[in-house]
Design a protein around this ligand. Structure first.
Ligand SMILES: [Zn+2]
Length: 253
């Protein structure tokens, strides 16, 4: 295969030996790929800070047709994901969103929607200061939506009636249903949070953060966690760490 130059969002890097990393990238032209970045670690490393989560880069991939592991050529940083003042909540959100996207993206399938979602989440984190929590909830909702895994917030999948209260989880069919079809015990989303999501998910992540400012998004985090874990069969590595760090540092006043 001739070398392929493409724009990409960095999802993650994993150390490889003393000096290198494997970078997981969401590329514009090939979707999610893995590529070895030789000399990315150690003194004077050649990729500098361009391999941070959700930074946007232009790079060249080398490898045979059908390879599962490319070699990364030069990397040009198009847009750093670095939030203003290295805000901790935003840095954690970048890491979390990148892990979330990676977990849901199949290898080597172009996904412009996911790419745009990633970019717009970075924009929100750069514009809005401490909007990390809101951006994570937004990224979860839209990742689930893009993969056809988000339940309707307006009509029940079981009885086809408009939903007026909250949503419950039907464990038999692993799906969200209205409060008439489910039992209160299994409620995963209260009525207010459902109404908020219905109106706010159409906004950009930046305006979603503005719209939800001062609102406790914990019920939405719980709702999304049920959906994510029921699909992946596991929790995301960074989710637990982040929730505990944020509880300590950005306690609502
Ligand atoms: Zn129903």
């Amino acid at each position: 295969m001739p070398p392929l130059t493409t724009d990409a969002l960095v999802l993650r890097t994993l150390p490889l030996g003393e000096m290198s990393v494997v970078a997981v990238l969401l590329t514009r032209s090939k979707g999610k790929v893995r590529a070895v970045a030789k000399g990315a670690r150690g003194p004077g490393h050649r990729y500098q800070s361009s391999l941070q989560p959700l930074s946007e880069v232009r790079t060249t991939l080398y490898g045979r047709e059908g390879t599962e592991l490319f070699r990364l050529g030069a990397v040009e940083l198009l847009r750093s994901s670095e939030p203003p003042n290295s805000n901790l909540e935003s840095l954690l959100a970048l890491e979390y969103c990148a892990e979330l996207f990676e977990a849901f993206l199949p290898p080597e399938a172009r996904d412009d929607d996911a790419y745009r979602l990633g970019r717009s989440c970075v924009t929100a984190l750069k514009q809005r200061g401490p909007a990390g929590t809101a951006v994570m909830r937004y990224a979860e909702a839209w990742t689930l939506k893009l993969h056809g895994l988000y339940p309707s917030l307006s009509r029940c999948l079981a009885c086809r009636q408009p939903i007026t209260m909250g949503l419950c989880f039907d464990h038999t069919d692993a799906r969200a249903v209205c409060s008439n079809c489910g039992s209160k015990r299994t409620e995963i989303l209260d009525a207010d949070s459902r109404a908020l999501l219905r109106s706010a998910l159409r906004l950009s992540p930046s305006n979603f953060a503005l719209r939800t400012e001062g609102i406790d998004l914990t019920p939405i985090a719980t709702f999304h966690r049920v959906l994510i874990e029921s699909h992946l069969g596991r929790s995301l590595n960074s989710s637990r760490v982040i929730e505990s760090v944020l509880r300590e540092t950005v306690r609502p006043s």
